[in-house]
Design a protein around this ligand. Sequence first.
Ligand code: 4GT
Length: 222
Amino acid sequence: MKIDILTLFPEMFAPLRESILGRAQKQGKLKINIVNIRDYTLDKHLKCDDYPFGGGAGMVMLPQPIGDAIDALDPEHKARRIYLSPKGETLVQQKVFELVECEHLILLCGHYEGVDQRIIDLFIDEEISIGDYVLTGGELPAMVLVDCVARYVDGVLNTSSLVDESFSDGLLEYPQYTRPQVYRGLEVPEVLRSGNHAAVDKWRREQAEIITAKKRPDLLKR
Ligand code: 4GT
């Protein structure tokens, strides 16, 4: 999978080079291309934003550099083009499964008051929000989206870690324990050390149901 990320702040994306996503890129399983929108401006002062028509606070990102960047990256409109925005549909696991099927994603990150509406009207397939709160830019939401989609790209994760995780069966995940057997007086549940795999599976399923009913009863109703 190839993901182009368009931003005025390319240095914000350093975290994507770490850990599991960093390894996936080195192994060639995932290509993340951070694109500086400023590289596409035709303005002699490299200006990429301006005052809003109609007045009001803040700056709006100019359409020219963004439109030219998208034309250069995806001339035949084969990519899924996403604008991260609080106005978008809220990201849920179902959408993640849909996006992982795409060969090429383009993620546009707004900053300040966002992008000129004509960019959304002319170039964007879909707006996605990561939740009902406001941020200074779309960069963190883009990283959230990349992280949760990349986990399902073939070879990025050990597939067994995807089987039992939260939401995979509509439930929150069961509790995990590692060594030591007793930590500050709290013991690891006996069944997990019994070696009885059927009993372990049954206990984990029950715990997942108990935790989901207690913390997220709304998930059981869906
Ligand atoms: C929140 C979200 C988002 C922002 C979200 C355009 C300029 C939007 C600033 C940007 N805030 N983007 N994607 N909840 N702020 O997903």
